[in-house]
Design a protein around this ligand. Sequence first.
Ligand SMILES: Nc1ncnc2c1ncn2[C@@H]1O[C@H](COP(=O)(O)OP(=O)(O)O)[C@@H](O)[C@H]1O
Ligand SMILES: [Mg+2]
Length: 232
Amino acid sequence: MSSPLLELRHLSKSYHGRPVLADLSWTFRAGEFVAIMGDSGVGKSTLLNLIAGLDAPDPSADGQPSSILIDGVPMAGLDDDAATRLRRARMGFIFQAFHVLPHLTLLQNVALPLLLNGLPTARAAEMLDAVGLAGRGNDFPHQLSGGEMQRVAIARALVHRPALVLADEPTGNLDPDTAHSILELLHREIKSTGACAIMVTHSHIAADMTDKVLQLSKCGIQETTNVNRFKQ
Ligand SMILES: Nc1ncnc2c1ncn2[C@@H]1O[C@H](COP(=O)(O)OP(=O)(O)O)[C@@H](O)[C@H]1O
Ligand SMILES: [Mg+2]
């Protein structure tokens, strides 16, 4: 089994004294494509935001220090610059809040993570090809459909070959056919780069494309049976 990529230890988060996540612990490994399901408001986006560093966990749960470790390194132990560098290099985000930037072309949008990491930008055009947008690099986001926009978001999230991909309902606003092709694309790209991907979804069809389904509830995280694993 590969070594842990992401470890959640006793993770808790309250807003205004109201607990949303309580004492969650889980280990995610490289190469795993994991779905997180659960009722609306149960804390799925909160969990992804904590992993992404957009929000900070409560310092401890029942006296146990609450921590998020990437490659065994506690995120809380890093200063802001180091945490930013680590996220930039090791993570890719498919979040509503990280929408495609309207004033940049598609190619510029996809090249952004490469530029920020000081990497050569040639792979941006390759990724646009891979997501079915070859020849559209000079278009602007307003010229795209919702499905095409999501393809750009996926290309941008994966272009720098992040070890960890976080996706919050990546097919939430798409029709079923478009959603299916987006998920196939995401699956193919994740498997070809060996990344670990954590995808929040309400869709059982989407969840069936993953290796593992985790159910988030007031009782914590539990792995549920994923029919797809028995088909392979
Ligand atoms: N920044 C915030 N401030 C206050 N409450 C929040 C904040 N973010 C989320 N919440 C609350 O935390 C709960 C879980 O929200 P969320 O993680 O978005 O749920 P989910 O993604 O599972 O639908 C909700 O009750 C929500 O109102
Ligand atoms: Mg949510």
